[in-house]
Design a protein around this ligand. Structure first.
Ligand code: HEM
Length: 400
């Protein structure tokens, strides 16, 4: 297995000093690509301050996408709004992301996870990323949006191709634009199909009803649907893989989980802390703002290094260690403040169900290190390849 040492080359001049935690000399560092916010306390401060706007729109503009429908969508999308408009867009979605829906999704998810593993040939090492973790989130999205499960591969592909923007690679621009066109077209078709079949109780039907009742404009409905689809799959797929990789690699922890699956939520949280898919959340200072004694000028790029904040020794004792019963374990993996991840409850349940299935059915599962590559690109932890030897399948002894 190759675990590349995370680098902050895109924005931090202090990568060498970083050594896997907050900078010894302070929680914030300035470099040629803006500021890197490294400590838990300052990261929290920045993420909770609405005067720091999301950098996704600027990233598009840097790629030369400065007008047209894709730019328009991004400028209007929930992640770019604040105050009343953000609340207006967030409230209808939040209704489907609360504990009741998440609990209901857990039941559907059990079926989805069983179905996925039924397709897996466990007599040989399993290519976990392509055959398990990547496939689950889009199936869950289809359930939420009331789309047929056969649409899942398309949803997965569209989420991956649109959010490729965050890889900060301008050569991807033509594909990103094409992917958004396909996504818009897909959603138009889906909404038409739903109208023909009659609206139901799902999230997309709810948004469509709000628009019919004049509570959302037609444009807002479309933007909401687009935001949810793009956010639904790619991060969750990688995060499931990262957690599975971390837990299976840590044999002592894995044995505890197998012996007592009630540890699973705590174990998932600890793995989310150590290996956050969104290792960096990039923002822009909308005005001059002081952070930790540093004056950040208006317009500056401010990169919140979640990966670092989650390992800040001031906030987490022995931060590099996996501690199953860690107290006050609130990593910033799903951000915090007004834009905290709407899908986090859902994503956690997806991860817990996969881990639970493995613990029950494949207690001897192991990562094949030589055929596994985990990297960090532009601050995001990424599964390049994850190979798992499942071992003999066990009887379903207990439910989690
Ligand atoms: C493990 C998987 C996921 C990770 C690591 C993740 C991470 C994040 C982060 C870090 C943010 C906040 C960005 C900021 O502060 O500017 C965010 C926002 C958001 N996420 Fe997630 N996410 C995940 C899964 C999901 C899923 C499954 C959905 C929906 C089905 C979703 C929907 C959203 C939405 C709509 C927002 C914008 C919220 C707002 O602006 O108010 N996410 N996510």
């Amino acid at each position: 297995m190759t675990t590349t040492v995370p680098t902050f080359e895109l924005f931090s001049p202090h990568a060498a000093d970083h050594a896997g935690g907050a900078l010894a000399q302070g929680g914030i560092a300035a470099g040629s690509d803006g500021y890197a916010v490294l400590s838990y306390q300052l990261a929290t401060e920045v993420l909770r301050n609405p005067r720091f706007a999301n950098s996704a729109l600027r990233l598009m503009e840097e790629f030369g996408i400065s007008n047209g429908p894709v730019h328009g969508f991004r400028a209007r999308s929930i992640i770019m709004q604040d105050g009343a408009q953000q609340l207006r867009l967030r409230t209808p979605l939040a209704r489907f992301m609360g504990p009741a829906t998440v609990q209901n999704t857990r039941e559907v998810l059990t079926e989805i996870v069983h179905g996925i593993f039924d397709d897996v040939d466990d007599t040989k090492p399993v290519d976990f990323h392509s055959s398990v973790d990547r496939r689950i989130p889009s199936l869950v999205y289809c359930h939420l949006a009331g789309a047929p499960q056969s649409d899942a591969p398309k949803v997965q592909e569209l989420s991956e191709r649109t959010l490729a923007l965050l890889a900060r690679d301008p050569s991807l621009k033509p594909d990103i634009l094409e992917a958004y066109d396909e996504l818009f077209q897909y959603l138009q078709d889906l909404m038409q199909r739903k109208r023909q079949a009659g609206l139901g109780e799902d999230m997309l039907s709810h948004l469509m009803t709000l628009a019919d009742d004049g509570k959302l404009t037609a444009q807002e409905l479309f933007d909401e649907a687009t935001s949810m689809l793009e956010a639904s799959s790619v991060n969750t797929g990688h995060q499931i893989g990262l957690v599975v990789w971390n837990l299976l690699s840590n044999r002592e922890v894995w044995r505890e989980i197998v012996a007592d699956p009630s540890w699973i939520p705590a174990a998932v949280m600890e793995a989310l802390r150590l290996y956050p898919r969104t290792g960096v959340i990039s923002k822009i200072a909308e005005e001059e703002i002081e952070v930790g004694g540093t004056t950040i000028p208006a317009g500056a790029d401010v990169h919140v290094a979640v990966w670092s904040a989650n390992r800040d020794p001031e906030r987490f004792e022995n931060p590099g260690e996996f501690i199953l019963g860690r107290e006050r374990n609130q990593p910033l993996t799903f951000s915090t403040g007004p834009h905290n991840c709407l899908g986090q409850g859902l994503a956690k349940v997806e991860i817990e169900e996969v881990v639970g299935y493995l613990a029950r059915h494949y207690p001897n599962a192991r990562v094949v290190d030589d055929a596994t590559t985990i990297t960090q690109t532009a601050g995001r932890w990424t599964i390049k390849q994850l190979t798992v030897e499942t071992g003999t399948r066990a009887e379903d002894t207990h439910d989690i």
